[in-house]
Write a protein that binds this ligand. Structure first.
Ligand code: ADP
Ligand code: MG
Length: 676
């Protein structure tokens, strides 16, 4: 329904203009301009109402209303009302005329936001005692001079004139399977919900539609990419891989074995691998990367491993060298801080095919880095890389296979949605014998006890990390903090060596600080968050995090993952004095769970998907009705349906699916170029 709004009786050029400003151009736009919330006028007992929740209550007027003006237009009307035996203050802003409608001793029904602590209901409205007013009232956001009641009137009018032309875009079969409302009914009940149940069904139908369309787009794109983007078949012997795995210092976990199989199958296939490998901190992703690199090299290709920090690059080089060099593979580091001559040599060897595996930071994707035959690209801690960086690196090879590794666990369905064109592998098991890291939350005044505790572990020969207060947007202050804490600890723990690490140190000093800690020459490492990802020093058993409330859950979990890497019991101490409820909740969650996946689900609940995925990278559209967190089951169902559909004849040819195809067409789904 692309007819202009002027067809609706009562809409003149003025109103049309106002609609334009709200992004409403057609009849369809208007019918799909949904309320952003619903006011529930069902009267509820106050004892059930949460702090800051919107409510409608009824009570007896207990005081004369008190009206005050601020300037000409602003006013506040306060009246005390006895509700369920509680004396509550009702406060109405800028509605001075209500004063005459409120009479001492009479019953009064009103709504607003409930402040539990101060027993106030503010910013609300007075309700007429009319039975119709009870129930759900949609609340719309409006702009300019358009009033909500006008908007509602026009929507009602639009339904009267065009309601019968609302066409169904879901095939009957899906409607039946999931007992979904028709589109027409759903739209109607979103605007004029007959009952809460109708509204719920209407939302369910629209959420499914939105998520199905979204998933169809994703799955269609993925199918297209798979078909078009032929990778190189990598031919390597299975026994070779097995021999390599056999020589590892430990047996792989079941999860590692499963994931390795998924990866090697991808490498062998003619499809270009595009896979996300998720595994909690310490689940053993590095060794899987080594296996994959080994396979690629055995098939005659070069491999690249890209990591977010120099420290991590150094560490990977040493651990991957240990694994690969005994098999005759050549591993090299391309460091951002390498001397010109060294760098030239590495680059020369790379181009000559004398380097099999190159490891580095984004230095890997700079101009002048040329591989002879790049076949596999692995990025570790994938979430740290920008989309552009990944694309540039991928372009350097002849459609190399790509593996993204991340320890920021994302609920699986969400990962598949957010990284729609990827396959997802999950290592959901930790190596045997790992002890659960004991996590404690301490208030800052308990620092002396925390220091005693550190000392006790040091006496046992263990080591500790101390992560310094974080100052947002100020690298300089972070560094100062680290220096201060370092000085403090050097004094408090003066028989031990205290190392210092921060982003402003020159590369060789960073390396030295890390090496000293790894070699147990320093016993405590005071650091900014630069050690957040990947660093592996198994003898460290204590992680102290200052100002823990300033970190997100996944970052805290990452930091905590620096300990618990050996066989000894490890501890994480969060020094924090969070003021907000969310902050306190975070500390509590940290002390209660060690499982990154559980943690990420909680994080998602606390933060919502936008924040969770970080701005643009998410690839998630703004849904009108669907809510990624609440509707994640629907999302999973929609994903499965979409996957089936894009590979089915019926979807592409069937009359039943014509409207669905058209909906997709309208969203530009078939024109889409690349996802990244
Ligand atoms: P992450 O997944 O966080 O990158 P790492 O790859 O750094 O984890 O592995 C953490 C530690 O666990 C390393 O010391 C590694 O050698 C060890 N490790 C990996 N896999 C196993 C296994 N199957 N059994 C025992 N130890 C393992
Ligand atoms: Mg790692």
């Amino acid at each position: 329904m692309t007819e202009s709004l002027s067809n609706i009786s009562g809409v003149g050029p003025r109103t049309e203009e106002q609609f334009e400003k709200m992004g409403i151009h057609t009849i369809s736009d208007l019918l799909e301009y949904f309320p952003f919330r619903y006011e529930d006028h069902a009267i509820r007992p106050l004892s059930e109402v949460q702090h800051e929740e919107r409510v409608t209550v009824r009570g007896t007027v207990h005081s004369e209303p008190d009206l005050r003006f601020f300037g000409k237009k602003k006013s506040r009307l306060t009246v005390r009302v006895l509700v369920d035996g509680l004396l509550v203050q009702a406060i109405f802003f800028n509605q001075p005329y209500l004063k005459n409608q409120i009479n001492l001793g009479e019953e009064m029904t009103f709504s607003g936001k409930f402040d539990r602590h101060r027993l106030m209901v503010t910013g609300g409205t007075l309700k007429k005692q009319d039975p119709d007013a009870e129930g759900l009232e949609p609340v719309y956001s409006v702009k300019e001079n358009l009033k909500v009641y006008q908007l509602r009137k026009f929507i009602k009018q639009a339904f009267e004139q065009y309601g019968n032309s609302i066409s169904e875009n879901l095939p009957q079969q899906l409607l039946t399977t999931y007992k979904l409302m028709s589109k027409k009914e759903a739209l109607y009940h979103l605007h004029f919900p007959a009952t809460a149940k109708h509204l719920m069904q209407a939302k369910r139908r629209m959420a499914y539609e939105e998520l199905l369309l979204f998933q169809l787009k994703m799955q269609f794109f993925r199918k297209k990419e798979r078909e078009a983007d032929q990778g190189q078949i990598k031919d390597f012997s299975q026994t070779g891989i097995e021999a390599f795995v056999e020589k590892l210092p430990f047996p792989l976990t079941n999860a590692q074995n499963r994931v390795l199989k998924e990866i090697t199958e991808d490498l062998r296939s003619e499809y270009r691998m595009n896979r996300l490998l998720q595994g909690d901190v310490g689940s053993g992703k590095t060794v899987i990367a080594a296996c994959a690199l080994f396979a690629a090299v055995k098939a005659g290709f070069q491999g690249a491993l890209m990591v977010p920090t120099e420290i991590l690059a150094e560490q990977h080089v040493s651990s991957i060298k240990d694994l690969l060099e005994p098999f005759g593979l050549k591993v090299a580091l391309l460091s951002g801080s390498a001397r010109v001559k060294e760098r030239r040599e590495v680059l020369h060897n790379l181009e000559a095919g004398e380097v099999d595996v190159l490891i580095g930071t984004h230095a890997l994707i700079q101009e002048g880095v040329n591989f002879k035959k790049l076949g596999l690209v692995i990025t570790d801690e994938q979430h740290r890389f920008g989309v552009d960086q990944r694309r540039i690196l991928r372009k350097k090879g002849i459609r190399p296979d790509v593996l993204f590794m991340t320890a920021t666990p994302i609920p699986r369905t969400l990962a598949i949605s957010a990284f729609g064109d990827m396959d997802v592998s999950v290592i959901d098991e930790l190596p045997k014998g790992r002890k659960v890291i004991e996590t404690h939350w301490a208030k800052p005044h308990m620092l002396p006890r925390v220091l005693d505790f550190i000392e006790r572990e040091l006496t046992k020969g263990r080591q500790a990390y101390v992560i310094c207060p974080l100052i947002e947007e100020s690298d300089k202050l972070d560094v100062q903090n680290a220096i201060d804490v370092h000085a403090q600890l050097s004094q408090a723990l003066n028989v031990y060596n205290i190392g210092l690490m921060h982003g402003r140190l020159p590369a060789d000093e960073k390396e030295e600080a890390m090496d000293n800690f790894a070699d147990n020459k320093t016993h405590v490492l005071v650091s900014t968050t630069v050690v957040e990802v990947g660093v592996n020093v198994p003898n460290a058993t204590v992680m102290v995090i200052y100002d823990a409330e300033r970190f997100g859950l996944s970052q805290l979990h990452q930091l905590r993952g620096r300990v618990g890497r050996g066989s000894e019991q490890s501890y994480c101490i969060l020094l924090a004095d969070p003021k907000s409820d969310v902050g306190k909740e975070r500390m509590k969650i940290m002390t209660e769970t060690n499982d990154g996946f559980q943690l990420s689900e909680k994080d998602l609940e606390l933060r919502g998907p936008g924040d969770f995925f970080g701005s643009k990278q998410s690839g998630l559209p703004n849904f009108k009705i669907a809510d990624i967190v609440e509707d994640y089951r629907v999302l999973e169902v929609a994903r499965q349906d979409a996957t089936k559909l894009v590979y089915s004849e019926a979807f592409w040819q069937g009359e039943d699916y014509r409207m669905l195809r058209e909906s997709l067409e309208k969203q530009g789904a078939f024109k889409r170029e690349k996802l990244d």
